[in-house]
Design a protein around this ligand. Structure first.
Ligand code: GLU
Length: 296
């Protein structure tokens, strides 16, 4: 869709998690953010390293991401934003939601949650994201919660989604191609702060998109299901609502989307194989994918 001339400058971001090497699907995603930013004078592409999961993120993958983007010629603007350096900011956002009485501590382990879901007669069968959290810790009395926290019991923090939705009323988001969409927010109390990591993907991404002044979020269709709850967090935290573009995903010869398991499709492997990066971008823009790769 052509952009009107009075459109403000575009700020997009590429936000990989450094848990593996970049593959062709990442290049495809970064290229679309890059091309959208470069389509406007003053447009910017930011790089954000989503390394909040200290157990899975590796510094060598951070270096690899930057080297791969440089090799591809997909330059970013400004300093990369490194999430692991921003935990204080995420904590402030969490405290704000706690003060609004919209977040509660959750002491459940993964095994507890699986057992609670299995024991529930009305349990929905697992979706791609797993079955929703059954809300076990939502109604623990404040005195017990305080005592368990004081005794050092490990806990996550969850958003009380139904209370948050009631506070905000109906929400919408703007799709770059399709226009206004109603925010669909599942009845699932998402994690805001993990037991084992400072912040969750949802909280950190929303806080950073706001702090970085992102106007256009370009990311894969696999993340479209998160957009409703991101819109909810934006409304709760008084952050502006960006425009979204959820692009189609690349799939491999087996019909499954490219993932870090597909070692052969890494950018590093293509570099080693002598691929011409400029030609690779020309081909991707023209929809000519390497043999076997298609769009789903
Ligand atoms: N870090 C996420 C990923 O690598 C992307 C998150 C986003 O674009 O919102 O899949």
């Amino acid at each position: 869709m052509p952009l009107p001339d009075d459109m403000p400058d575009i700020v997009t971001r590429f936000a990989p998690s450094p848990t593996g090497q970049l593959h062709l699907g990442h290049a495809w995603s970064a290229l679309q953010g890059y091309d959208l930013a470069r389509s406007r004078p003053g447009g910017r592409l930011c790089l954000r390293i989503e390394d909040i999961d200290g157990g899975r993120s590796r510094p060598e993958y951070v270096a690899g991401i930057m080297a791969d983007l440089r090799w591809l010629g997909l330059s970013w603007d400004g300093e990369p934003v490194i999430q692991s350096a921003r935990t204080t900011v995420y904590r402030i956002a969490l405290e704000r939601l706690i003060d609004m009485d919209l977040a509660y501590p959750c002491f459940c382990s993964r095994a507890d949650i699986a057992a609670q879901i299995a024991a529930s007669a009305s349990a929905p069968h697992g979706t791609e994201d797993g079955a929703p959290y059954p809300g076990t810790c939502r109604d623990i009395l404040a005195a017990e919660t305080e005592q368990r926290i004081a005794s050092g019991e490990p806990h996550a923090w969850r958003l009380d989604v139904s209370r948050a939705k009631a506070r905000c009323g109906p929400l919408h988001w703007w799709d770059h191609e399709a226009g206004e969409r109603t925010a669909q927010i599942a009845a699932d109390d998402i994690v805001l702060w993990r037991k084992d990591a400072p912040g969750s993907y949802h909280l950190c991404a929303v806080v950073d998109d706001g702090a970085m002044g992102i106007t256009h979020i370009v990311r894969g269709q696999d993340l479209e299901s998160a957009t409703g709850v991101h819109r909810l967090l934006q409304a709760l935290l008084d952050l502006p609502a960006p425009t979204y573009r959820h692009h189609r995903l690349l799939v491999g010869p087996d019909g499954r989307r490219l993932a870090k398991r597909d070692g052969g499709w890494t950018i590093a492997a293509m570099r080693t194989a002598g691929t011409n990066p400029a030609q690779l971008l020309v081909d991707l823009r023209a929809g000519r994918f390497p043999i076997g790769i298609t769009l789903a």
